[in-house]
Design a protein around this ligand. Structure first.
Ligand SMILES: [Fe+2]
Length: 150
């Protein structure tokens, strides 16, 4: 990333996202702990259970495992920050769908917290994008240095 502020933003948000993964994994673990065989089958959890038991294995709602293929990086800071903005909105809407589907206050509370953090991440990526665009728009003067070879 081209500015120290943008680097710091990426570092902070990336670190926080790993903590969010841990929170979601903990929620799932608490929800599936102690399920009976009947609850596993009736709840549609059997295919997951057969492969992973009660272990936490990152999948999307369609059952596709997490992989680096879900990540984007072009190396262009404006493109990548814009992608990050979209990713934050996708995360926010996913949390909102999950909140709508739940009736458990012990699940809804943490999901609301996570949704709020995605909004903050969106705002911080927007600030970083502005900083990067300002930096890229600055005029620069390159002064030729005298050669060491005469
Ligand atoms: Fe986020």
């Amino acid at each position: 990333m081209v500015t120290p502020q943008a680097k710091a933003t990426l570092n902070d948000i990336g670190t926080e996202e790993l903590a969010h993964l841990e929170m979601v994994g903990t929620i799932v673990r608490q929800l599936i702990e102690g399920l009976s065989d009947r609850e596993i089958e009736e709840g549609g959890f059997a295919p997951y259970y057969v492969d992973h038991g009660l272990g936490i294995y990152p999948l999307n709602a369609s059952g596709v495992p997490f992989s680096a293929a879900t990540l984007q990086s072009t190396g262009d800071p404006v493109t990548d920050l814009t992608e990050n903005l979209a990713a934050e909105q996708k995360a926010r809407s996913t949390y909102e769908y999950l909140i709508r589907m739940s009736d458990d206050p012990d699940v809804i509370g943490p999901l609301k917290f996570l949704r709020e953090r995605e909004i903050v991440h969106f705002q911080r990526f927007g600030e970083a994008l502005g900083i990067v665009q300002d930096y890229l728009d600055e005029k620069r003067v390159f002064i030729p240095q005298p050669s060491c070879e005469a």
